[in-house]
Design a protein around this ligand. Sequence first.
Ligand SMILES: Cc1cc2nc3c(=O)[nH]c(=O)nc-3n(C[C@H](O)[C@H](O)[C@H](O)COP(=O)(O)O)c2cc1C
Length: 366
Amino acid sequence: MAENLMLDKEQFKIGFFSPNCSGGMAVTKVPERWVNSWDNNVALAQLADDAGCDFILPIARWIGYGGATNFHGNVLETMAWSAGLLALTKKISVIATMHTAFNHPVVIAKQIATIDQISHGRAGLNIVCGWNKPEYDAMGIDMPDDHETRYAYGEEWYQLVKKLWTEEEAFDWDGKYFHAKGVYGNPKPVRGSVPIINAAGSGEGREFATRNANFLFTPAIDLERSKGEVIEIKEKAAAKGRDVDVITLTTIVCRPTQKEADDYLKYYADDNADWEAVDNLVNLQFAHAQSFPHDLLALIRDRFAAGHGGYPLVGTPEVVADGIEEIYEAGFGGVTLAFVDYVKEFPYFRDEVMPLLEKRGIRKAR
Ligand SMILES: Cc1cc2nc3c(=O)[nH]c(=O)nc-3n(C[C@H](O)[C@H](O)[C@H](O)COP(=O)(O)O)c2cc1C
């Protein structure tokens, strides 16, 4: 059995978010914007694996955001993507992102168990309970208006997955949303389960995460505010006898000088932002999700252009390391990184920022 790096409680995690999607996290028209080809994804996964990073996390997306680039209009499906990357890497955890509404739990239980077998225990599951109305329309499914219903559906979905992973005998399931007769799931994940992430912002989402997940993946807009939120989430989890870490998303522009970093940010995320796609994305977030706090959402339009709402870390290696240290001090258990061109830009971060994090005792070397 391989180690699953997501289970190392002593490590501040570094992962990557959204390389399976066209544009990655940057809603920009610049010609060097991320091309989510399979070959680019393999190149990134192998670079990340060799650098000792902990995980790669995809976005599950079916319909793009329009604009000049149709941001996220081209997306590698995350279960197939995970299977391929797990087969081509050695240590890193690769996580599949699954919509509860679009994927039957009996199928997902088996698919996750299968990719966990492929990787000898390095798989993970990111559960997303739905918000994107155009995708429900594309699937021909009615989206429940309220969060309570979406998360209640997600809860039953996950309880059924869990039972399939733990129950040895065939069983019947007669729930509100799922009915199954004589069902069982073999093989099982190599540890009986896999690290569970829940990506959410609302109260219902956080309740779901503290009940079920190992990690809540949630935006950090204002680190002072995040501090209190992380404490609250950890306390909520502890009250349920659980230990939950909180991870957040960042946008990295790391250059030898502050001016170069600032200039590049302005070039890709302001002068050449795909503002129509940014506005579609922000408006959809207002309509059906509370992933980003609504009182701050309008203020962070620029952060959506730069990196889909990720916390911006822009500057020299020292400045970027300082930013990660602040996130660590705010209580987060890890970050995802995103670059305009992940493969081209990550090596500079690996060589210049990761040693600083190790020197400062934020992360142990691998
Ligand atoms: C960091 C982060 C990542 C997410 N990733 C996805 C995704 O890959 N696909 C998706 O459809 N929704 C994704 N979501 C949306 C959530 O799964 C959730 O369904 C939605 O935000 C509505 O719930 P909420 O109001 O509790 O956040 C993500 C949300 C956050 C905060």
